[in-house]
Design a binder for this molecule. Structure first.
Ligand code: FES
Length: 126
């Protein structure tokens, strides 16, 4: 089966709108995929929860005018595109389409997204 067949992005409910206040960021999940869900200037965004620098959790970060700042070393990412706009990160984070309906936040994700993002990108080696 090709990637296009049977792998359309499907919106999944992740939270109530009221759980993500303006200017705040929180961690939610779609199945095993860990997401950073933020609200900036009234709009909700969803990204991978892992900073592309050294994997710190972006849900522990802070929002600023131009995006989300990782709490570990200060990288800033554009919430719309995922682009790394301030170093040390140079690689974009993954972003996902978000919609809000009836007071709920939904995030669109394909099966391929789930396979590549969850449950944790780097498996522990015991
Ligand atoms: S882990 Fe995010 S800036 Fe280093």
């Amino acid at each position: 089966m090709s990637a296009a067949e049977g792998d359309a992005a499907e919106y999944k409910r992740v939270a109530r709108s009221g759980q993500v206040d303006d200017g705040w960021v929180r961690r939610f999940y779609v199945d095993d995929v860990e997401l950073c869900v933020a609200r900036l200037n009234g709009k909700a965004y969803a990204t991978s929860n892992y900073c592309t620098h050294l994997d710190c959790l972006l849900s522990s970060g802070k929002l600023q005018d131009d995006g989300i700042r990782c709490s570990c070393h200060g990288s800033v990412f554009d919430l719309e595109t995922g682009e790394a706009i301030y170093p040390p990160a140079t690689v974009a984070i993954r972003t996902y389409p978000v919609k809000e309906e009836d007071g709920e936040i939904f995030v669109a994700m394909t099966e391929a997204d789930k396979a590549s993002e969850g449950p944790r990108r780097r498996a522990r080696r015991d």
